[in-house]
Design a protein around this ligand. Structure first.
Ligand SMILES: [Zn+2]
Length: 304
């Protein structure tokens, strides 16, 4: 047999193998995978944990609320914390695709039951609305803030549970709807009233991705990246003790309560952000209290 003939035979074999592999890959039911969701019925405006058990060979793509996400690998498990929009009703559809080299091997559609959130409405006074008029500077500051809270860091820097930055009571809850004539918005965090100068603790370990002063609305602020798309923000501070790039420990004092920016009195506005979406910081703290320290809930019941 000539060299050419041998070569073409090898090529034929390769082609056959490829066809065989493709056939295997397209046989969808051959590649099932396990998922777990915790808690089983999360509330709108909170976060939940999705676990996928799978080998290192495969990648997974998650579609939830028209956004695509990739889970984070930790040991032999894939995990991602995802947000539920404030206004979510009854169920949230989650599509998980198992892929190899961009080819979808199998897919799983999960209809996650969601507990609706009661939303209170307050009406903005005209004076307050005028204060919040969108100026070019405000737009710029808000886009800086929004891109900071959407930071994606693969490494998990936090340990369960998250803690409260202040020991004072919440004065304005999460998701209060402020309705105005010109515009309306949800209160995407919690307000905690405390005397000026009260030390503010970091809710968990991480690194500072935004430390600024003089924002028209937010005043002096700090945003901390805890890894895996989870961030916390602290607004209206009197003093800030951390700068961009600094690492912080859980419970470390990062600043002092103030009334900088758009604030009627000294208070801390704290935000908790999951994959760029704001969730209820109190509910998030309570949720992480149910997670074993630095470990995923291996023993939680499979949701489906
Ligand atoms: Zn607030």
């Amino acid at each position: 047999m000539s060299k050419k003939a041998i070569l073409s035979k090898i090529l034929d074999m390769t082609r056959l193998k490829l066809i065989f592999v493709f056939f295997l890959l397209s046989a969808v039911p051959l590649y099932p995978f396990e998922t777990e969701i915790y808690p089983e019925k999360p509330k709108a405006g909170t976060g939940f944990l999705l676990l996928i058990r799978g080998s290192n060979l495969f990648s997974y793509e998650i579609t939830c609320g028209r956004k695509k996400y990739a889970p984070y690998r930790r040991d032999r498990i894939l995990e991602i914390f995802l947000p539920i929009p404030i206004g979510a009703q009854d169920t949230l559809s989650i599509l998980v695709k198992k892929q190899l080299a961009g080819i979808t091997l199998s897919r799983k559609l999960i209809d996650l039951p969601v507990e609706k959130r009661e939303i209170k409405t307050v009406y903005l006074r005209q004076k307050d609305e005028a204060m919040r008029q969108k100026e070019p500077a405000v737009e710029e500051q808000q886009s800086l803030f929004l891109s900071a809270v959407a930071t994606q860091t693969l490494e998990r820097r936090w340990e369960a549970p998250f803690i409260q930055p202040l020991d004072s009571p919440v004065t304005t809850p999460f998701a209060l709807y402020r309705k105005g004539k010109l515009y309306s918005y949800y209160h995407k965090g919690i307000d905690i009233a405390a005397p000026r100068g009260t030390p503010v603790k970091s809710a968990n370990s991480g690194s500072v991705v935004l430390s600024e002063t003089g924002f028209n609305i937010y005043g002096s602020l700090i945003v901390i990246d805890h890894g895996q798309g989870i961030l916390s923000s602290y607004l209206h501070l009197e003093k800030i003790f951390k700068k961009n790039g600094d690492t912080v420990e859980k419970g470390e004092i990062i600043g002092e309560v103030g009334s900088s920016g758009w604030a009627t009195g000294p208070h801390l506005h704290m935000g908790l952000h999951i994959q760029g979406t704001s969730v209820d910081p109190i509910a998030w703290t309570e949720f992480t209290e149910t997670l074993p320290a630095s470990k995923s809930p291996e023993k939680s019941e499979p949701a489906h």
